[in-house]
Design a protein. Structure first.
Length: 309
């Protein structure tokens, strides 16, 4: 577990929610630090010989414009269930994006005989480039997966899956929990909403977020078992919790996914999870973090397909 001292956030007035001026000030501080086109779009283009690639939306944050891509296995079969893997809902969570791309390159071709697979490797490209949690409007896409929500990243993904609702068997959403959650993102959230920032612990290791409205403990355990062969599983803190939620099994907590507007709720699938890797651990490398995401995706898919209703 890692703790960080609280420092005042440099934007806004304590206790007062941000307005347009504060959001504009925040946006002016965000600097492009890597390239979505180079890192993600070109990788997807290389996959086009083996998979079907579709553009499912566009984002316009002038002067920046982004194309959103989903990759589908072929052939698409109407008699098979559908599986979804998403990454980069929070753009700064690097292994979610690169883990999804690695999964596509090395393992997605193993599944067309058993399911129709869709992978959206980078849901939030503006945030990917700036290594940030929010989009350009200081909105968290992973609290916006609801009809009429404020994030176009979320709305575009909802439109992609809408025609297939009722056919999804499994959805695995790839995320990270980083030290910057405490040093930047949660302080920024508190400042944006006019609330006091309350420091918390960053768990050292991998964990999963199950759905409290549809718990699937055996499914979660299969992924924990697979990831434990790659990297370490986060322990509970002194309260028996991880990020303020009770640990219900080693490395597993639960959220009410749909009321919170979380990505893992969008398909209505029987089996859903959110992965959380800790890339800042001295015990994990970037390669291990990517491999942990891949191991979770493969184990989750294999379990779900072996236990279809």
């Amino acid at each position: 577990m890692t703790t960080h001292a609280a420092t005042p956030y440099p934007i806004g007035t304590p206790g007062v929610p941000w307005g347009d001026a504060e959001r504009a000030q925040w946006r002016s501080r965000q600097v492009q630090r890597r390239s979505y086109e180079d890192d993600v779009q070109r990788a997807i283009e290389r996959l086009a010989a083996r998979f079907d690639v579709e553009e499912y939306g566009r984002l316009d944050y002038p002067p920046d414009h982004y194309r959103l891509f989903a990759v589908r296995t072929r052939p698409w079969r109407e008699d098979l269930p559908v599986a979804l893997v998403t990454g980069g809902v929070h753009g700064y969570e690097t292994s979610g994006v690169h883990g999804a791309l690695q999964f596509l390159d090395r393992h997605a071709a193993d599944y067309p005989a058993r399911c129709n697979l869709i992978v959206a490797p980078c849901v939030s490209p503006w945030a990917y480039e700036r290594i940030h949690r929010w989009n350009a409007n200081a909105v968290d896409p992973n609290r916006s997966f609801r009809e009429g929500g404020p994030a176009e990243e979320s709305a575009a993904l909802l439109r992609l899956v809408a025609p297939l609702r009722g056919r999804f068997l499994v959805h695995i959403d790839l995320h990270e929990t980083t030290d910057t959650d405490e040093t930047e993102f949660r302080p920024a959230l508190a400042a944006r909403d006019g609330k006091a920032f309350e420091p918390d612990l960053i768990p050292d290791g991998f964990y999963l977020v199950d759905d409290s409205e549809n718990p699937q403990p055996a499914f979660q355990q299969a992924m924990i078992d697979a990831v434990a062969k790659v990297t370490h599983i986060a322990p509970a803190d002194a309260k028996g919790q991880i990020i303020g939620s009770d640990v219900v099994a080693p490395g597993v907590i639960r959220y009410a996914l749909r009321p919170l507007g979380l990505c893992a709720s969008i398909t209505g699938a029987r089996y859903t999870t959110t992965t959380e890797v800790y890339p800042d651990s001295p015990r994990a490398t970037p390669q291990q973090c990517n491999a942990a995401q891949v191991a979770a995706a493969c184990a989750g898919l294999d379990f779900a397909l072996a236990h279809r209703p």
